[in-house]
Design a protein around this ligand. Structure first.
Ligand SMILES: [Zn+2]
Length: 492
């Protein structure tokens, strides 16, 4: 290569670098302008923008198409704010004192980017977890006005979950907002003034019908009591709470024993850079992650949950759609869930309380796609207990991503300090609760007659790996003899 060609290349490279810097500066300026003009997005100015669609007083190129801008004038900032920076002009996060006992002093979780909220946001992410994406689609398609103001009349909980001292302990609750069901009550005036604050917990009461309860009634194993099992058709009385995750990042980092900056960087990188404020706004400590939450089912008197003299039966269940709903027999998920439910109902009928906590952590939080890939590998290679965890590890890189360390928060929210009967064999769930200071008096393995034959592989592998059992622990060399159904059986 001649020297002149080389120098030409070098000059071109230098030009490229310069123009990239120019572009970066321009984007920065656009963002700075957009944020500083957020002060202009208070209601009187919103009206102004409404009256002058397409308005533009900027000398920088806008990356918003004119029609988009006109259509959404006053709803979104004039130019999209890709991110904000700590201490930036126009950015005034409303107070957030995580762990404060007084909800007023704690402050509402504000994550909305609507005009009245964007400059006072004190949290990263969006309301609704993964459903924020569906909301975005509905708004994009024009089915939902971006500024729809929810009507929360009569949506308040039918029961009171008594405020517990644990609510005011920033180390005890880090993955949900303990006041999440009371936002409309405590932050009414802020909402009336136009702040977009939404509940992250909803509590309701319901009747439910479970075929296994009906069968237990028919066989005489269970009886109608009129309170928990309401009638001969097996209708159950239940209170339930849906909880969206709200993470206090310093607390989550501490619980997971990692550095907060390191956690933020990993969240940013592994969500495709979806939440740049994880990096640019270290002052924002709260994150509403785009993941599923949990549902609490309470059988019996909820007021007794925090009373240690009341007996409490608990099943902590991680979602397994294939078994829970569709009856797959490769695992023990639905049988264990139902066993936990029946025992919880019996406890409630005897004057205690039964509790089911259902987490949306499909396939050990590896997801259903990974799970099916593992199933294929297991069945093709000869399904044996000795290879059970290894096959998951081979595909996913880890055996499990459920991180039970955050699981006990919901118990602190409910005021639970002691569990009489824990309907789980998981050492990870057990250890997390003990670590959180919650006593477990008895651990109840799933009875043998409820284990589907094909799920014996999973069961033996788990017991050998440390899951609790009152039975015999299979020796390592025995695990290869616990084999599941092969694919051959599907041929006929
Ligand atoms: Zn399962």
């Amino acid at each position: 290569m001649s020297e002149s060609v080389l120098s030409q290349i070098l000059i071109s490279l230098a030009d490229l670098k310069a123009s990239q810097q120019l572009l970066a500066d321009k984007v920065d300026k656009i963002q700075a302008d957009a944020v500083s003009s957020k002060d202009d997005l208070l209601p009187h100015k919103v009206a102004h923008y409404h009256n002058s669609p397409g308005h533009s007083d900027s000398d920088v190129d806008t990356i918003v198409s004119p029609s988009f801008e006109a259509e959404h004038a006053g709803i979104y900032t004039e130019k999209p704010v890709i991110t904000t920076y700590e201490g930036q002009k126009g950015v005034r996060p409303s107070k957030m004192n995580w762990g404060e006992a007084d909800p007023k002093a704690r402050g509402p979780v504000v994550v909305s980017r609507l005009p009245n909220s964007i400059n006072v946001r004190n949290a990263i992410g969006a309301y609704g977890g993964p459903y924020s994406i569906y909301r975005a689609l509905a708004i994009a398609m024009g089915d939902l006005p971006a500024d729809h103001k929810p009507n929360f009349d009569n949506t308040q909980p039918p029961i009171t979950i008594k405020q517990q001292p644990q609510w005011a302990d920033a180390s005890k609750i880090v993955s949900m907002d303990p006041f999440g069901h009371l936002t409309n009550h405590y932050y009414k005036s802020e909402i009336e003034k136009g702040l977009d604050v939404r509940p992250t917990i909803a509590i309701t009461r319901a009747h439910m019908i479970v075929p296994e309860v009906q069968a237990a009634l028919a066989s005489g194993e269970m009886k109608v009591d009129g309170k928990v099992i309401v009638n001969e058709s097996g209708e159950l009385n239940v209170h339930k709470a849906a909880v969206d995750p709200v993470w206090y990042l310093p607390g989550v980092a501490e619980r997971l024993k990692v550095d907060e900056d390191h956690l933020r960087r990993s969240l940013f990188e592994n969500t495709g850079g979806m939440y740049p404020e994880l990096i640019t706004r270290p002052d924002l400590k709260v994150f509403l992650p785009p993941i599923g939450g949990l549902t609490v089912y309470i059988f019996g008197n909820h007021e007794l949950l925090s009373d240690p003299s009341t007996r409490l039966t608990v099943r902590v269940h991680d979602e397994c759609n294939g078994s829970d709903v569709f009856g797959s027999d490769i695992c023990t998920c639905r049988p264990y869930l139902v066993y936990g439910m029946l025992e919880s109902i019996k406890e409630a009928q005897n004057g205690g309380v039964g509790l089911i906590i259902y987490f949306r952590k499909e396939g050990r939080a590896l997801g259903e796609v990974t799970k099916y890939l593992v199933y294929n590998a297991r069945k093709r290679e000869g399904d044996s207990a000795s290879k059970y965890f290894q096959r998951t590890q081979d595909v996913a890189g880890v055996k499990d991503m459920r991180f039970q360390a955050l699981m006990p928060d919901v118990f602190h929210w409910l005021g639970v300090t002691k569990i009489d009967r824990f309907m789980s064999m998981s050492n990870m769930k057990h250890d997390a609760l003990i670590e959180a200071g919650i006593k477990i008096l008895e651990r109840c393995p799933i009875p043998d007659d409820l284990i589907p034959p094909d799920s014996k592989v999973e069961m033996d592998a788990k017991i050998a790996a440390g899951y609790f059992t009152t039975g015999r622990i299979p020796r390592e060399e025995e695990l290869c003899h616990t084999v599941g159904r092969g694919w051959d059986e599907f041929q006929h």
